[in-house]
Ligand binder design. Structure first.
Ligand SMILES: [Zn+2]
Ligand SMILES: [Zn+2]
Length: 324
C-alpha cells in the first residue's frame, strides 16, 4: 500500500500525482494504525503479515539439513530467526521516515514495469541507472531481487568468516549472532517474494482491462496476506507443502529472479480465488491450499538459500588481482 505509480505523466502531473498518492499512503497508514488501536502489531499490507513471516522463517530454520552448523539449528536460533521474519516491516514506522522511505521498495517488484526496461541487471545501481534513464522512479517499480540477493551475500560473507574463525580456533559466538541476523533478515524478503501481490502492478485491486471482472477494491492485499493467513493457516499446513531441502545450483541472482517469476505466475489464480469468496472468513479448500503452498514456497526457498550460503561460503574467494 505504500506504493504509488508515477508513469505516463508530465512532470507537473507526476508531482501532483505523487503528492496525492503520498497523502493516500499516509491516510491508509494512519487508518491502519488507528483501526488496530492498542492491539496494533502487524502493519497493513506489508508482506505476509506478522504470522506469515514468522511461519516462513521458523519452518526454513527448522528444515535446514543436518550438515548445516549446529548453532544455526538450535532452538535459540529458530526463535531468533522467527522473530526477525517481520523485522523490515518494523522499519516502516512514521517515527523513522527516512528509513521507511528508503527501504519500502525493497519489499516488491512489479515485473510488468521492470521488464519494460529490458533484462534485469545483477547489480542494484545498474538497474537504478536504467530506471532513471527511462524517466521512472525505483519507488514505483521495486527493488526486491537486489535486496534479497545482497542480504544473501552478506549471509554468505559472515559464514565464510565463521569458517575462518573456527579453523583458527577463535571465538565464533559474535559471528554466529551476525549470521542469525542475516538469515532472519533475508527471510523477510524471500517471504515477500512468495506473495504474488508483491510481484505485480495488480498488487491491490485489478487495474487496466478487466474482462474477468476481478476485484478492483483496495482490500485484497491485506485480506489475503494478513487476515486470511492469521485466521486460517497453521505452520503444519505449510510444512506439509514444503519441498525437500536442496542446494541451489548456479547464479543466485538468476535463481532468485526465477523464483519471483514463479510467484508472479500465480497472480491471476489469486484473483480468481478472491472472486470465488476465497479470502472471506474461512475461505475455500482451494484458497487455503493455495495460501499454504505460497507460504511453503517461501519457506522452502529461504531454507535452500541459507543452506546454499553455507555450502558456498567454503568456496575460495576469487583473487581480486588475478591476471594483473
Ligand atoms: Zn515486506
Ligand atoms: Zn504485502
Amino acid at each position: 500500500m505504500s506504493r504509488y505509480r508515477l508513469s505516463g505523466q508530465t512532470p507537473v502531473a507526476r508531482e501532483m500525482l505523487r503528492g496525492a498518492r503520498l497523502r493516500r499512503m499516509i491516510r491508509l497508514t494512519l487508518a491502519c494504525v488507528f483501526s488496530m488501536g492498542a492491539a496494533w502489531q502487524a502493519p497493513c499490507a506489508y508482506g505476509w503479515g506478522n504470522d506469515g513471516h514468522r511461519i516462513i522463517n521458523r519452518l526454513a530454520a527448522s528444515g535446514l539439513p543436518s550438515d548445516a552448523p549446529a548453532f544455526l539449528r538450535s532452538e535459540a536460533a529458530m526463535d531468533e530467526i522467527e522473530y526477525l521474519g517481520p523485522e523490515p516491516d518494523r522499519w516502516r514506522s512514521l517515527a523513522e521516515p527516512e528509513l521507511s522511505a528508503a527501504q519500502a521498495p525493497e519489499h516488491f517488484i512489479d515485473f510488468e514495469l521492470a521488464d519494460k526496461l529490458g533484462p534485469l541487471p545483477h547489480k542494484r545501481f545498474d538497474f537504478l541507472a536504467k530506471v532513471y534513464a527511462a524517466g521512472e522512479r525505483p519507488e514505483t517499480i521495486g527493488l526486491q531481487p537486489w535486496q534479497a540477493d545482497e542480504v544473501w551475500e552478506r549471509l554468505k560473507s559472515a559464514m565464510r568468516d565463521y569458517r575462518e574463525l573456527k579453523a583458527g580456533g577463535k571465538d565464533t559466538q559474535p559471528v554466529e549472532q551476525a549470521i542469525l541476523f542475516y538469515a532472519g533478515w533475508l527471510g523477510h524478503y524471500v517471504g515477500d517474494g512468495s506473495q504474488p501481490l508483491h510481484t505485480t502492478v495488480q498488487y491491490n485491486g485489478w487495474t487496466g482491462p478487466n474482462p474477468h471482472g476481478y476485484t478492483t477494491n483496495h482490500q485484497i492485499h491485506y485480506e489475503f496476506e494478513s487476515e486470511f493467513v492469521s485466521a486460517n493457516i497453521h505452520a503444519g499446513d505449510v510444512q506439509a507443502e514444503m519441498t525437500a531441502a536442496r542446494a541451489i545450483e548456479g547464479d543466485m541472482f538468476d535463481a532468485y529472479v526465477a523464483y519471483l517469476r514463479r510467484t508472479a505466475s500465480c497472480v491471476e489464480e489469486l484473483y480468481q480465488l478472491e472472486k470465488a469468496g476465497g479470502f472471506i472468513g474461512a475461505g475455500t479448500a482451494a484458497s487455503r491450499a493455495f495460501t499454504a503452498a505460497r507460504l511453503a514456497a517461501g519457506a522452502s526457498m529461504l531454507r535452500d538459500m541459507i543452506y546454499t550460503a553455507w555450502l558456498d561460503s567454503a568456496q575460495p574467494v576469487p583473487d581480486r588481482y588475478a591476471g594483473k
